[in-house]
Design a protein around this ligand. Sequence first.
Ligand code: NAD
Length: 547
Amino acid sequence: MNVAASGGALRCRGWQQEAALRMLENNLHPDVAEKPSELIVYGGIGKAARDRASYDAIVRELTRLGDEQTLLVQSGKPVAVFDTHPHAPRVLLANSNLVPDWANWETFRELDAAGLTMYGQMTAGSWIYIGSQGILQGTYETFAAIARKRFGGSLAGRLVVTAGLGGMGGAQPLAVTLNDGCALCVEVDLQRIERRIRTGYLDERAADLDDALARLETAQAERRPLSIGLLGNVADVLPELVRRGVAIDVVTDQTSAHDPLTGYIPAGLTVEQADTLRTRDQDDYLRRVGESAVTHVGAIRALQQAGAEAFDYGNALRGLAAAHGDADAFSYPGFVPAYIRPLFCEGKGPFRWVALSGDPEDIRRTDAAILDLFGDQEHVARWIRLAGEKVRFQGLPARICWLGYGERDRAGLRFNEMVASGELRAPIVIGRDHLDGGSVASPERETEAMRDGSDAIADWPLLNALINTACGATWVSIHHGGGVGMGKSIHAGQVVVADGTAGAAERIRRTLTADPGMGIVRHVDAGYPEAIDAARRLGVHVPMLDG
Ligand code: NAD
């Protein structure tokens, strides 16, 4: 697999196309993707292209694509190029979408095996994954919110227990230590533990549970941040922690439970044994997964009853346990209603950008620009400082920084000016996770427990994709099933390229206003007072708000 190109030389007919090509390559960069040889980027089987032939064809089409053309990608396969116009997106993608009555894993797997679709997750199939950093700030903010809510503003001396050190879950240990806490991270795959240590997201690996607990106890007593990876199965380890009565302050999970067949390893099996059983006897495998999920969720509840802050970290684990007979699975909340929704109400969300030059210096310059624009906000200043110190880049240098309505367009326009003036060595790609205020319908995650009961209304992500297309984002995507699995979510993404031109400035201004605006509008419609205040304060026009 090739490493993403960098520098100022173009292989395509313009920077908009070159940006899409570099980001596709970057998603599959060996330091970025979890399994690049299988085109798998992160999140279970989240892929960047359907198969090798489709990948090659996308690369070929992007290198030929004109400035007045648009490439269409259907579940990772390029299917058409049409003449459009310069301000139209250069690429439109629809990944993993199924008609609602057929939207389940069984049908998806049949169609996937027949070569007709692929799982796009959120940023895998839409070419804006930036490695574990992409989720790091969201995870950091989540733990910071818990620290404020329960522990006087810091996790110092506190123990967080979680599982899953994959592409996204791997951000958890660093997010905890950035909040000064201690983390025990259970992971069944040794290679994932080693990878997180290598990339600076995890501090150490323990020999066994006793060793891990002893080291964590010392660190907690000294109020010293420490993260430890423990090789094991969480459905074995968590009940053991309950039996031992270990005092745990926060408990959550980021195994890929959204995909029971390939993302969650049942108790008692190693990764290799799981691979064998999965191919030999799928039904037995799924039965064991169900049993383990029920045990796992039961242990989380027991820890909650013993005083831990328990929350679901967006991987559909509660739903899996519920589907296997656990009537109380949803007795602890998801992270969005518990900690994140107030940010969505103000259009705040996971704004990210990537330096196409490949030069880390370009990110340092954009960091300085963010501090210049928003450094008076203490949490932005703290985040940019911490990220600059602690985050090691994977693939093309990138940065995440949650910004809101009225901020993202200013940041984007500043980056565009910096490209135009030559202060940056090459254009900047600006995008976001699909996990944002107005871009996703996911009743067990982003839209769980909406104030007006509109959790399952999926018009919002579709409107989001349509308005981003109308605004002239460089590529726009509509996906199904990301985060929580088939039948459970519909979501949209956009990416816009700051290439220093006046045309890019227009596209940036329009896209980065309407896109976060959708977060405010969606929450105004659901009746959130914070969103109504934000709409009035920031001048977002909502036709029926004032009657
Ligand atoms: P991944 O597939 O890269 O990693 C999952 C990890 O879990 C793997 O390393 C796997 O070995 C491990 N694992 C599986 N079963 C286990 C078990 N029983 N015990 C211990 N370890 C086990 O996935 P990812 O990208 O890290 O995402 C993890 C989950 O989080 C997914 O369900 C994803 O949809 C969800 N997610 C949440 C957010 C969020 O904001 N909270 C964002 C993105 C993804």
